[in-house]
Design a protein around this ligand. Sequence first.
Ligand code: MN
Ligand code: MN
Length: 459
Amino acid sequence: MAERDELFFKKKNAYDILPEDEINRAYGYAEEYKTFLDEAKTEREAVRYAVRLAAGRGFVPYEAGMEIRPGMKVYKTVEGKAVMLAVIGEKPLSEGINITAAHVDAPRLDLKQVPLYEDTELAFFKTHYYGGIKKYQWVTIPLSLHGVVVRRDGTAVDVVIGEDESDPVFYITDLLPHLDKDQAKKTLSEAFTGEGLNILVGSRPFGEEKDSDRVKYNVLRLLYDRYGITEEDFLSAELEAVPAGRARDTGLDRSLIGAYGQDDRVCAFAALRALLDIGTPEKTAVCVLTDKEEIGSDGVTGMQSAAFEAFISDLCRAQGVLLHHCFEKSFCLSADVCNAFDPNYADVSEKNNSARLNYGIGVLKFTGSRGKAGSSDASAETVGMLRALFEKHGVRWQMAELGKVDQGGGGTVAKYMANRGIATIDAGVPVLSMHAPWEITSKLDAYHLYKAVFAVYCG
Ligand code: MN
Ligand code: MN
């Protein structure tokens, strides 16, 4: 007869299992990860960071017609906002490839194309939010501005304001509690509207008292002095307002990381870092850092773009392999965060099936909403393969689900990979307060995603 303990499934806190030296390694990894968070607050910055790191490890830009040999390291960027990196394996691509896909875009406030206006001698930027945000969370916090402005002559200028300690920051106002009688009666979504998220950018007038728009004028003068841009140049700009400040250890025990944009940079960093650390794998290993996940993965830089097929089919052609023969033997880890169980909001989750902080990475067999709609739903065999792989590599993991049945839901890039005929499953780091300006992850879970991705690349 089997013992009681053999029959029961019991989840375990990774702190009760992992040896001290591995916990220390996880905390060391967190330091590197925090640097990435600080230097890569937007998709463009993340791609630039990835290319710089990869180039330092011998990766070269892929060029059409290139000869492909085992051990070769190549990458291809897409409009500077997505990047695909590959380490060519010993086996031909007809044996399939191992992919990890994570996204480097994050919820934020984009400036409108005609953003600057003055009202009552205060200057503001109009914004149009990007991705799923709870608007009330974005008022009264320091914001920084990141992005690119393409000037009339076609030259581009990079903008980062608000990250250096000596920089000014930006701000969205809220009503004082003394005067919020009407606001307090509204629902959250009525009280805080997208059109109302206007960023305060100045109050000091320039010019004669009789002139109009003197504060706006002064803001434009400062922008021209620093960046050589005029108001018209905003038409061809991508400027993103994000929370200002650096990633921080969180909690007295420093076990947690607090930062903006950990969905999904906690997975993107693992996907990149693990690829840089592998030798020549058996099967070709591919890391995809994609854009536009938060708004549906459409567009040239999103996971639905043909850019991915184009890159892999180029590699295939170099070995005389058909793309679909490669895809049908491939595997993709869709590395995206999941929600961590939050005891402050316990009633949105079902305890047995939700991910907990420090219990390892969350694996989601399915996502979607209203009866798994919109989910690619990985097969039992795929989950089984992953179980065995994680067992072999000592990866701490737990099964996860995005909240109670019919509580809400969501999706990832998994289905876009699965729709290509690639066996795909979601796995990622559990996050508290996902999509908030400041999100929380566990250092152990973040490190175990690195281990998980490493395992996927190496098989
Ligand atoms: Mn995500
Ligand atoms: Mn998200």
